[in-house]
Structures are given as structure tokens and as C-alpha cells.
Design a protein around this ligand. Structure first.
Ligand code: NDP
Ligand code: 8X3
Length: 255
């Protein structure tokens, strides 16, 4: 009766996180799934249990809430605390405005979620990984972590910070055999743009018109591939773009 590895995915109620949960469930992993929308997580759990017989623990917290993060993680049953893979995926863009027109609330929301949330969750998970002297942290950055585009200012800044943090974690966690992988996707069709444009689905769907964007499953495949390499192999930086995209500002639309 072998114990299957545990993957902890933040932002599992939608997009990349949800597709990643499905991918690891297919491979028999035990899953800790986080997001704020509990109804979404419950539906996903029901699906994973009935399709794959998965063991699933739901942690419905807001990654921005430092106390809640620590409290829910501390209260996990002991066997669940031995996390093998952490996928730091919860994140968002809020607004797409020129710097001079940007909303301070949007900016703080992005910093608190994309950077501080990732930092709170990782700090807790790293403790256990250090004791185990093994583990794998997979940070979802973005092409926006490598390049900056007009009206991308603060979102790009948070993703640059994620990429920098991946490098820093990799250095500091090296003695503990903890792998750190930084994944940078380009344009992918999820709820990302609906969130960015605050529910304006028409504006959101325009982002993906005239070409084939990445799908959540494409990212999930890459995350799973990185997590399933042999112990001595770490994929440290992965950039994944739709074939129709060459850089942040260039998409081959309606060829
Ligand atoms: P989605 O909007 O589809 O999914 C985002 C997920 O993050 C949801 O499950 C959401 O759940 C969760 N989330 C947001 N805020 C919080 C919070 N405060 N606490 C806990 N969970 C939270 O977008 P994607 O799947 O596209 O985004 C996933 C990651 O990928 C993000 O970090 C994004 O920046 C990044 N990315 C996206 C790209 C794209 O083009 N789509 C490209 C490159 C990177 P809930 O609302 O239920 O809390
Ligand atoms: C999301 C991709 O190009 O909208 O990180 O910033 S982009």
C-alpha cells in the first residue's frame, strides 16, 4: 500500500489550477486544493473523487490573509502536512490601465495576491519540505515576468517579482534538495481576462480572438512534466507561448 505523493495547488477553482488538479489526479496524487470559491472546489472534488478515486483536501482560504493561511495550514491533519509539490498558481491581473490612470486598489490587490500570497503559502510549506529534505515548488509567473507591455505596469512588476523570488528560493533552498521551477505562460484562455476586465466578458473574449490561445490543459501538462522528472533533474525556467505569439506585444491574428 504505497502512499501517493501530495500536491498542493493554489487557485484550483478555475483555469490553470483546475486543469492541473485534474492532471495530478489522473496520476494518482493526493490533492490539497485552495481557492476562495468553495462551491467550485467542492464540485471539482466530487468530480475527481468519482473519476479517479482521488484523496482530496479542500482549503478554501484567501492567500492574501496571512493569519488564515497559517491557521488553515496548521490545522491540516498531520499526514497532509507532508507536501511533495506546491503549485503557486493563485493570481490575477486587475485592470489594464496606463500607470498614470491606474487604481491603487487594483495595484494592492495584485501585489497582495501575486506576491504576498505566494510568499505566505510558500513560507509555511517550505518548513515541512526542509524537514523532509525534499520537495518541489512550482511558481506560476508569466511572460509578463520577463517582458513589460503598455498598460501592464503593476501586473508585470508582480510577475517579475515572482520570477526573481523563484531564483532566490532556488539558491536558498539548494541545501535541502528542494526544486524550484518557474513557469512563464503567454496568452492563455481562462477566466484571467474576465477578472482583469472586471466581468466585461466581451472585452475579455477579444483578447483571444483571431488566433488559438493556450488552453489550461497545455499549462497543466507542463507543470506535471516538471513535477515528474527524476530526483536529480530540475526544470528551472519554462516559457510556454501559443504558436501565434512571439512576445508580449506580437500576436499573429487573423493570418
Ligand atoms: P483564472 O482567473 O482562471 O484562475 C485564477 C485562480 O486564482 C482562481 O482559481 C482563483 O480562485 C484564484 N485566486 C485568485 N485570487 C485568489 C486569492 N486571493 N486567494 C486564493 N485564490 C485566489 O486565471 P488563470 O488560470 O489564467 O491564472 C492562474 C495564474 O496564471 C495566475 O497567477 C495568472 O497571473 C497566471 N497567468 C495567466 C496567464 C493567462 O494568460 N491566463 C498567462 C500567464 C500567467 P477564486 O477566485 O475562487 O479565489
Ligand atoms: C498573462 C499574460 O500577456 O496578459 O500573464 O500578461 S498577459
Amino acid at each position: 500500500n504505497t502512499i501517493m505523493p501530495i500536491v498542493f495547488i493554489t487557485g484550483a477553482s478555475s483555469g490553470f489550477g483546475k486543469a492541473t488538479a485534474e492532471k495530478f489526479a489522473q496520476a494518482g496524487y493526493q490533492l490539497i486544493l485552495n481557492a476562495r470559491r468553495l462551491d467550485r472546489l467542492e464540485a471539482l472534488k466530487t468530480h475527481l473523487v468519482s473519476s479517479y478515486g482521488s484523496q482530496v483536501l479542500l482549503l478554501p482560504f484567501d492567500v492574501r490573509n496571512r493569519e488564515e493561511v497559517a491557521q488553515q495550514l496548521d490545522n491540516m491533519p498531520a499526514p497532509w502536512q507532508k507536501i511533495d509539490v506546491l503549485v503557486n498558481n493563485a493570481g490575477l491581473a486587475a485592470g489594464r490601465d496606463a500607470f498614470q490612470d491606474g487604481s491603487m486598489d487594483d495595484w494592492e490587490l495584485m501585489i497582495d495576491t501575486n506576491l504576498k500570497g505566494l510568499m505566505y503559502v510558500s513560507k509555511w510549506v517550505v518548513k515541512g519540505m526542509m524537514e523532509q529534505k525534499s520537495g518541489h515548488i512550482i511558481n506560476i509567473s508569466s511572460l509578463a515576468g520577463q517582458e513589460v507591455y503598455p498598460q501592464g505596469n503593476l501586473y508585470c512588476a508582480t510577475k517579475h517579482a515572482v520570477t526573481a523570488l523563484s531564483k532566490g528560493m532556488r539558491m536558498d533552498l539548494l541545501p535541502y534538495h528542494i526544486k524550484v521551477t518557474n513557469i512563464s505562460p503567454g496568452l492563455a484562455e481562462t477566466e484571467f481576462s474576465i477578472v482583469r476586465f472586471k466581468g466585461d466578458t466581451e472585452k475579455a473574449s477579444k483578447v483571444y480572438e483571431g488566433y488559438q490561445p493556450l488552453q489550461p490543459e497545455d499549462i497543466a501538462d507542463v507543470i506535471f512534466f516538471a513535477a515528474s522528472r527524476p530526483a536529480h533533474v530540475n526544470l528551472e525556467e519554462i516559457t510556454i507561448l501559443p504558436t501565434a505569439q512571439s512576445d508580449s506585444r506580437t500576436v499573429n491574428k487573423n493570418p
